[in-house]
Design a protein. Structure first.
Ligand SMILES: C[S@@+](CC[C@H](N)C(=O)[O-])C[C@H]1O[C@@H](n2cnc3c(N)ncnc32)[C@H](O)[C@@H]1O
Length: 253
């Protein structure tokens, strides 16, 4: 199974997800046999107050495994980058937190998700947002231009995690923060899972051991890397992991 095959399958799955979230029945994913729109989002950690201020289709498209903007300590005026922004839920929340002097940028490889996210941001009335089509393994973002990177259940979907972490490091300003929610494992997964395309698209097969996730982040140059929390059981978890890009000049202190 090649990286290209995995990405094509993931793209197909999330194109379908974006289309379902905008189903013509007029009430988002809840009409299409999936749980009511905010049930899933509440389960992964969004508050009722956050959800009440978001467009229904942004909530209906939510496919993350945490609530990264709630733990990212976002400050007014910061530039935030969301890796794999989907229907835009975390970009909209980030834009509200950093205010008009700040900016939230989402990158996603699926046209339908980019279009849905733009629609949702317009409906939410946030103007300090931008959605760019691209691959998180090759970010369409300038060097050292971002204060905070967030991501919600996307890094597990990328076949080359070293490239994702190297790109995250490149685009962060010195002192920048990396705070993501993602799926990790305790130990490895069996080959029949790792070789199954549907399990890749379902955020399982590409999940790596939490210790390896941390090791790879440190290998890319991040410091103070730690797992902040985890939920789940059975060897596969949703976890919040953070790291920092060191401020040059202080590294040797
Ligand atoms: C599980 S969904 C999460 C979406 C969003 N973060 C959320 O919380 O709702 C995964 C998203 O990541 C995007 N994606 C997957 N692999 C990607 C990659 N290599 N580069 C860019 N986007 C990717 C998919 O198109 C999809 O929108």
């Amino acid at each position: 199974m090649s990286s290209q095959e995995i990405k094509e399958h993931v793209k197909k799955r999330y194109t379908e997800h974006a289309m379902r979230a905008q189903s013509s029945c007029g009430c988002g994913a809840s009409c299409c046999g999936t749980p009511s729109t905010d049930t899933y989002a509440k389960r992964v950690g969004y508050t009722a107050e956050e959800l009440s201020n978001l467009p229904e289709e942004a909530v209906g498209a939510a496919a993350g495994c945490g609530n990264p903007t709630a733990i990212a300590g976002l400050r007014e005026g910061e530039t935030v980058l969301d890796l794999g922004s989907g229907g835009g839920i975390d970009v909209i929340l980030a834009a509200q937190r950093v205010g008009p002097k700040g900016k939230a940028i989402g990158v996603d490889m699926t046209d339908e998700m980019i279009s849905l996210a733009n629609k949702n941001a317009a409906e939410a009335g946030v103007e300090n947002v931008e959605f760019r089509k691209g691959d998180i393994e090759k970010l369409p973002v300038e060097d050292e231009s971002v204060d905070v990177i967030i991501s919600n259940c996307v890094i597990n979907l990328a076949p080359d995690k070293d490239r994702v972490f190297a790109e995250a490091y490149r685009v962060l300003k010195p002192g920048g923060r990396f705070i993501v929610s993602d799926i990790v494992t305790d130990g490895g997964l069996p080959d029949h899972v790792k070789n199954d395309l549907d399990s890749w698209a379902g955020c399982v097969a590409g999940a790596i051991d939490s210790g390896d996730f941390i090791k790879k982040l440190k290998g890319a140059g991040f410091t103070e890397v730690e797992e902040l929390s985890r939920r789940g059981s059975g060897g596969i978890y949703s976890a919040e992991i953070q790291g920092f890009k060191p401020v040059s000049g202080l590294d040797s202190c």
